[in-house]
Design a binder for this molecule. Structure first.
Ligand code: CA
Ligand code: CA
Length: 177
């Protein structure tokens, strides 16, 4: 970039050995939009904000950054002048992507049964509206909140209601509009 100023650049896929370069005086540009629901240019996730930075070997910043809460965004901003992770308000310079897309998005709620024992976090406040066949596995509750059952959960080996703070709401005669 040469002399670029005050541009807004978001939800792009940069796939080059060197993704961003500057010539001459470096001015401020915004490398993200407001966090919002949207279709990502690349990588899984429900929201958009910054850009995705990769290379032909898949070792770009977005591929390798730490995303500890697996929300699909890197934990640290990305300084686009030095092409290194940075600390907001300190080492990010005028051009940084503050919410870089990561490829580590993972659905974290426990309301959907996949296989094995079903470990339910009551803090997810699940409402189960489709029948679930547990295949002889256990139903285990943790956390505080509720678990609202409006469908049949069958083939349970054992209930383990180990949390007294989990309110079970079992509906026997559900009314569906
Ligand atoms: Ca990754
Ligand atoms: Ca994150």
């Amino acid at each position: 970039m040469s002399g670029a100023f005050n541009n807004t650049i978001y939800n792009n896929l940069f796939n080059n050995s060197v993704n961003v370069g500057f010539n001459g005086v470096i001015y401020y540009n915004s490398w993200k939009t407001t966090n919002q629901a949207g279709t990502r240019i690349y990588s899984n996730g429900t929201n958009i904000e910054g850009n995705y930075y990769t290379n032909s070997s898949g070792t770009g910043y977005s591929d390798t950054c730490t995303d500890s809460n697996t929300d699909g965004f890197c934990d640290s901003p990305y300084n686009l002048t030095t092409l290194t992770s940075c600390t907001a308000g300190s080492t990010c310079g005028l051009d940084a992507d503050y919410l870089t897309l990561s490829n580590d998005y993972a659905i974290t709620d426990t309301c959907t049964y996949s296989s094995g024992d079903w470990n339910i976090n009551c803090a997810d406040n699940c409402t189960i509206i489709s029948n679930v066949n547990l295949g002889g596995n256990n139903l285990i509750f943790n956390g505080s909140g509720s678990f609202n059952v409006q469908a049949n959960i069958t083939n349970i080996n054992n209930w383990q209601p180990i949390s007294t703070n989990c309110k079970l709401m079992i509906c026997t005669k559900c009314i569906f509009g």
